[in-house]
Design a protein around this ligand. Structure first.
Ligand code: C2E
Ligand code: MG
Ligand code: MG
Ligand code: MG
Length: 279
C-alpha cells in the first residue's frame, strides 16, 4: 500500500518533470542530427576598434535553426551540448568553420571563437586548433579564443599549461564576460590574457549606476598596466559609445555597430562606415 502511494505521489509530479526531460531530449537528439546534417550556422558580430575607428575583427556566434522549434538561442542549447559532451564535436566544427570563413576576409581582421570549459579540458584541443589553422591557412595571430572566468576555477595548473601552449602557437586568448564570475583579479595575474571583455551587464547599467562606470574605468586602467586590450560588450547607444571613447576603451562590441550577421553580409559591413547612422 505504502509503496503504491509513493508511486502515485511520484506520478503526481511526473507530468512537469516529463516535460522538462522531454524538452532536453528533443534538444539532444536535435543537436546530434544538426551535427550530422551540418545545419549549424555561424553568425559574425563586428568588433570595432576605437583607436583605428574601424572594424578590427568579428566574434563567431553559433546559430541553430531547429526544424520544428525554429531559432534556438545558444544560451539554451550550449548548456545541453556541454552536458552531453556534444560541445566537443560542435566546437571543433565552430573552430574550423570560423577559421575558414575568416581566411577569406578582405583585410586582416581577427576572428574570436568562444570555447566551452568542456572543450578546454579536452586533451585534443591543442591539436584541433592547430589543424583548423593549417587547413584554413589563417595566420594564428588572427585567431582569438574567448574563455570565461568560471573555467579557470577548475584545475588551474593544466589550464595554465594549455593556455601557454596555445599562445606559443601565436593564438590570442581573451577573458570573456569579465566581472560576472568569481574573483577574477588573481586570474589576470596567473594567466597571460591578451584581452579582457567587460560583461554586457556593466554597459546596461552605465546610466543608472555610476559605480558601473567606475568599474569600467578601473578595468581599462588594469588592462593598460597589464598590457591587455579591453573590449566593452553590449554597446547599444551613442551615449555609451561616447562614454567609452572618453574613458579610453580599446574596442567596443554591440548592437550600435551591428548584431551578428551571416558570413555573406560581412563584405557589405566592411565597405560602409558602421557608425554613419549613429553620428
Ligand atoms: P558571448 O560570448 O558573451 O557573446 C555575446 C552575446 O551577446 C551574443 O549572444 C550576442 O548576440 C549578444 N550581444 C552582442 N551585442 C549585444 C548588445 O548590444 N545587446 C545585447 N542585448 N546583446 C548583445 P548569443 O549569440 O545569443 O550568444 C550567447 C552566448 O552563447 C555567448 O555569449 C557565448 O557564451 C555562447 N556561445 C555562442 N556561440 C558559441 C560557440 O560557438 N561556442 C560556445 N562554447 N559558446 C558559444
Ligand atoms: Mg564571447
Ligand atoms: Mg562575451
Ligand atoms: Mg557576455
Amino acid at each position: 500500500k505504502a509503496k503504491s502511494e509513493g508511486r502515485s505521489t511520484f506520478h503526481f509530479f511526473e507530468p512537469g518533470m516529463d516535460a522538462a526531460i522531454q524538452k532536453r531530449r528533443t534538444i539532444e537528439t536535435g543537436l546530434r542530427t544538426a551535427l550530422e546534417d551540418k545545419s549549424f550556422r555561424l553568425a559574425f558580430q563586428p568588433l570595432f576598434g576605437l583607436r583605428e575607428n574601424r572594424i578590427t575583427g568579428f566574434e563567431a556566434l553559433l546559430r541553430w535553426h531547429h526544424p520544428e522549434r525554429g531559432e534556438i538561442s545558444p544560451g539554451e542549447f550550449i548548456p545541453a551540448a556541454e552536458e552531453t559532451g556534444l560541445i566537443v564535436p560542435i566546437g571543433d566544427w565552430v573552430l574550423r568553420e570560423a577559421c575558414k570563413v575568416a581566411a577569406g576576409w578582405p583585410g586582416r581582421q581577427r576572428v574570436a571563437v568562444n570555447l566551452s570549459p568542456v572543450q578546454f579540458k579536452n586533451p585534443q584541443l591543442y591539436e584541433t586548433v592547430q589543424q583548423a589553422l593549417a587547413d584554413s591557412g589563417l595566420s594564428p595571430s588572427r585567431l582569438e579564443l574567448e574563455i570565461t572566468e568560471s573555467l579557470l576555477l577548475i584545475d588551474n595548473d593544466s589550464n595554465a599549461r594549455t593556455l601557454h601552449r596555445l599562445r606559443a602557437l601565436g593564438v590570442r586568448v581573451s577573458m570573456d564576460d569579465f566581472g560576472t564570475g568569481y574573483s577574477s583579479l588573481s586570474y589576470l595575474r596567473s594567466f597571460p590574457f591578451d584581452r579582457i571583455k567587460i560583461d554586457r551587464s556593466f554597459m546596461r547599467d552605465l546610466e543608472s549606476r555610476p559605480d558601473s562606470r567606475a568599474i569600467i574605468r578601473a578595468v581599462i586602467g588594469l588592462g593598460r598596466s597589464l598590457g591587455m586590450q579591453v573590449t566593452a560588450e553590449g554597446v547599444e547607444t551613442r551615449e555609451q559609445l561616447d562614454a567609452m571613447r572618453e574613458d579610453g576603451m580599446t574596442e567596443i562590441q554591440g548592437f550600435l555597430i551591428s548584431a551578428a550577421v551571416p558570413p555573406e553580409a560581412i563584405a557589405g559591413l566592411l565597405a560602409r562606415d558602421p557608425l554613419a547612422s549613429a553620428r
